[in-house]
Design a protein around this ligand. Structure first.
Ligand SMILES: [Zn+2]
Length: 404
């Protein structure tokens, strides 16, 4: 059974490379995923924002655009210089991570955030996902568009380099999706109208798929104007604080979008196809080198919102990891069985792994509960993460998965 753990490169170095492998192997961990590049993020947030494993850096902000291997420019020769990846650390941490693994039974996995790339999306908006008004989509400028040929070239170049120069065993794709809708309290109408992507490359791709994005955008814009006009006049907005009002807008949205404009559904399906096509291209490459490919997917109940379709993606993947995080995000554990049962059905025979939150306020009781709820549906577990989890939580995670 897969018993994995995620680790960040600063924690691998901070705790000590051999010491880390010694520790995780002694725990019983058999798969260790280390980020080979990373996103801008306060570490251990939401949560105590304290790193438990490293005395050398109890607090840490991972910075945008960090690259933890030393890229060889020849893999990126078709890209303008400004888009090419450059090492951001003196030490080649990916090389150290991979070479050290030779002395252990733990599988080294290259954890690769793909489309969430704050630095490129913010610095070069021409690469980023767009909303119906042509503005940058997402809460911040974070996500690259999977239809952009430069983005695809960059991603495939990275995969090629990790497979060859860095002798990948497994590559794990993270953020292989569109950003979540920005609004959290608005109606499905607001959400759909702000979901990317409507850039020129996507318009072209949608045309090839028989979808007139221009027409769809105009339809959505008209509906938004109707809503704005009504809200402007009344000064009343419908949100989740007022559940009856929100339900009215939700019902109206399903009617106006699903029944009156069913092309919305074709568009949603086509977004998932675009993501799946990129994953299939990556998979062609990894399979040609005998490298395993996995992906971190959002639970299937809302994966369609971010363009992840389990049926389309599974043929390209050896395994799927689903984050069923609870405590730190105040999410109910009650939906774990439903989401995992659905993922198993849609994913066919693809190996399914449950990602368990190990950091505070998660505690030994919640960790055991989450594992028990997931166990009937999955082939393995992964814990998040080495640096953020109190030692007792790590021990509970491993002992409870092993105990049957
Ligand atoms: Zn696009």
């Amino acid at each position: 059974m897969i018993l994995g753990l995620w680790i960040h490169p600063w924690d691998l170095l901070g705790y000590g490379v051999e010491k880390t492998y010694d520790y995780v192997e002694s725990l019983g961990i058999n798969s260790l995923s280390m980020a080979v590049r990373y996103i801008e993020e306060r570490q251990a947030y939401p949560g105590p924002a304290i790193i438990y494993r490293c005395r050398s850096h109890r607090t840490y902000m991972s910075l945008r655009g960090s690259i933890y291997w030393h890229p060889d420019p020849s893999y990126y020769s078709g890209l303008p210089e400004k888009y090419r990846p450059h090492a951001t650390t003196g030490e080649d941490i990916v090389k150290i991570f991979r070479e050290t693994a030779e002395n252990y039974k733990v599988k080294p996995v290259y954890w690769l955030p793909v489309l969430r790339w704050d630095k490129l999306a913010g610095g070069y908006p021409e690469l980023a996902v767009k909303d119906i008004y042509g503005g940058l989509a997402g809460y911040k400028a974070q996500f690259l568009c999977p239809s952009n040929p430069m983005v695809r070239y960059l991603v495939l170049g990275i995969v090629e380099e990790l497979c060859t120069r860095y002798e990948a065993v497994e590559i794990e794709l993270d953020y292989i999706r569109y950003p979540e809708p920005v609004t959290i309290s608005a109606s499905p109408l607001h959400m759909l109208a702000q979901m990317p992507c409507h850039c020129e490359n996507c318009r072209r791709k949608m045309r090839e798929k028989g979808i007139d994005l221009e027409q769809l955008d105009n339809h959505l814009k008209d509906l938004i104007e109707l809503l704005i006009d009504s809200e402007d006049k009344a000064g009343i907005t419908c949100n989740k604080e007022n559940i009856e009002c929100w339900e009215t807008v939700a019902s109206m949205s399903y009617y106006l979008l699903g029944i009156k404009a069913p092309s919305v559904f074709k568009w949603l399906r086509a977004r998932s196809e675009i993501i799946a096509e990129l994953v299939a291209e990556i998979s062609d490459k990894t399979r040609s080198y005998g490298v395993e490919l996995s992906a971190d997917l959002t639970p299937p109940s809302y994966s369609w919102i971010v363009g992840q379709d389990y049926e389309l993606l599974s043929p390209s993947l050896d395994s799927v990891k689903i984050m069923v995080y609870t405590e730190p995000f105040k999410r109910s554990p009650d939906k774990i069985p439903l989401d995992l049962a659905l993922a198993k059905k849609l994913g066919g025979g693809t190996e399914l792994i449950a990602g368990i939150s190990l950091w505070p306020p998660s505690n030994p009781q919640t960790i055991k509960r989450d594992i028990d709820l997931a166990r009937p549906h999955v082939n393995g577990f992964y814990g998040y993460c080495f640096g953020w989890a109190p030692r007792r939580n790590l021990q509970t995670y491993v002992s409870h998965v092993i105990k049957r």
